[in-house]
Design a protein around this ligand. Structure first.
Ligand code: FES
Length: 146
């Protein structure tokens, strides 16, 4: 193998490893939950937000709830012990499924951005995300989809 071919091969291999590490890192930050459907309620355990770090109980900012009967996942943000916000991950511009990045959701189609309360922070979308009322009952978040 000549020097040029060797360098090209190594460069492509390194880019592949960097790309894989980026994908793994972004996946590690989001917890996906299979919610339970009961009537018009999607149920998510409050404990889904809990994790242990350095022997301390901590809480995730959000989880993404899914169910096979839902066309779009729902991101559930924990703002406090008693305040949660459930956002349909459907872009209000043209309906593309959103991606979640910490405190914001982004549309891969045309770049709209939304806050963790569903407000538009960057267009072209001009309508907030659909939200759902939540009731906390016996450590279960009951998201009313009706
Ligand atoms: S569909 Fe989301 S910005 Fe256009």
């Amino acid at each position: 193998m000549d020097r040029t071919k060797f360098l090209k091969t190594c460069g492509i291999g390194c880019l592949g490893m960097i790309g894989a590490a980026t994908v793994l890192e972004s996946c590690a930050g989001t917890k996906y939950i299979s919610g339970t459907l009961s009537g018009s309620f999607l149920q998510v355990p409050v404990d889904s937000f809990v994790f242990i770090k350095k022997e301390e109980i901590r809480f995730r900012k959000y989880v993404v709830a899914q169910h096979e009967e839902l066309a779009y996942p729902i991101s559930v943000y924990r703002h406090s012990e008693t305040e949660y916000v459930a956002l349909l991950m459907k872009c209000t511009h043209q309906g593309t499924e959103l991606q979640v990045f910490g405190d914001r959701l982004e549309c891969p189609a045309h770049g709209s951005k939304f806050s963790n309360t569903g407000a538009v922070s960057n267009g072209p979308a001009d309508t907030p995300l659909r939200t759902f009322p939540i009731v906390i009952d016996n450590k279960i978040l009951k998201i009313n989809l009706a």
